[in-house]
Write a protein that binds this ligand. Structure first.
Ligand code: HEM
Ligand code: HEM
Length: 231
């Protein structure tokens, strides 16, 4: 393997990935294992929603390798990848990995949004719990309690696929999620002030969106909100 490394994952995408992993692990711990108040679970849930919104914006305006236009495949592209022998190696996410990325973004967003409808029947009532009819709210609560198992399956498949790829084809794959580098690729992302400012603006937009969703949207919808997030 040559030493001609190229930066594929910028620092913010890597930070996003490991914050996402830590956040999901905390959500599992706080809801399934620990007996403490659900307030921190809700707060981390808002943070995860902010992360997903950030990644969607970053996927449009971020550096080239992390843009959706660089890795989301057409159905034809996906089919070609699935049937090709040997399968080509991609600098950014391969077509199957890209589907997993989109699934992650969607499932985590739905998990966080459905959390707004939750109650622990003791001290915590989500800001949208009193919005819809109890039949619909009960279905959303059922979704929040059960969809997480699907997310766990996706995490299992993702980690398995990453480890198999790293063992068979791309030994640098996991390390690249830490240092950003994959060898001999066409991308060379540079961290200049332009990128830092762009990221900051994306962070502010995401934070404002979550803040409005939790603190003002319920009021606009005419819901009596009980869990305001005061920054
Ligand atoms: C809760 C657990 C996890 C979740 C939700 C998750 C989610 C994701 C997401 C959304 C991406 C796309 C990154 C982006 O483009 O922004 C990704 C990529 C990646 N993840 Fe994870 N991940 C998890 C655990 C792990 C673990 C434990 C590892 C290490 C073994 C890992 C290794 C990777 C690698 C290497 C990539 C890049 C793959 C490529 O080059 O195409 N992930 N993951
Ligand atoms: C991506 C973010 C989130 C994940 C992954 C997540 C995950 C979970 C899980 C696994 C459970 C346990 C389900 C069970 O009992 O089997 C749970 C319960 C719960 N979640 Fe979340 N959640 C998230 C966001 C939120 C948010 C944003 C809120 C509130 C604003 C929230 C409020 C609750 C409540 C109230 C419970 C029930 C706790 C109880 O029954 O004592 N969650 N969540």
């Amino acid at each position: 393997m040559g030493t001609n490394h190229s930066r594929v994952w910028d620092i913010y995408t890597r930070l996003f990935h490991w914050l996402l992993v830590s956040g999901i692990a905390y959500q599992y711990y706080s809801a399934e294992i620990s007996d403490t108040s659900i307030d921190n679970h809700a707060l981390v849930g808002y943070g995860l929603l902010g992360l997903i919104i950030w990644r969607v914006i970053w996927g449009i305006v971020g550096p080239e390798p992390v843009r959706f236009s660089a890795f989301v495949p057409s159905p034809k592209g996906l089919l070609y990848y699935l049937t090709a022998k040997p399968r080509p190696i991609f600098a950014t996410h391969n077509p199957l990995g890209a589907c997993a990325v989109l699934m992650f973004l969607l499932m985590i967003a739905l998990q966080a949004i459905s959390g707004l409808f939750m109650t622990d029947d003791i001290l915590f009532t989500g800001v949208l719990h009193n919005w819809l009819s109890s039949a619909i709210t009960d279905s959303i609560i059922w979704f929040h309690n059960n969809a997480f198992n699907l997310l766990l399956v996706l995490v299992g498949v993702h980690v398995f696929a990453v480890v198999v790829h790293a063992k068979t084809k791309e030994p640098y794959l996991i390390k690249a999620m830490f240092d950003g580098n994959k060898p001999n690729q066409q991308f060379a992302v540079t961290h200049d002030w332009h990128m830092h400012m762009k990221c900051l603006i994306c962070v502010v937009i995401s934070a404002v969106k979550v803040y409005l969703l939790v603190n003002h949207v319920p009021e606009w919808l005419g819901v009596e909100a009980e869990d305001l997030l005061d920054f």
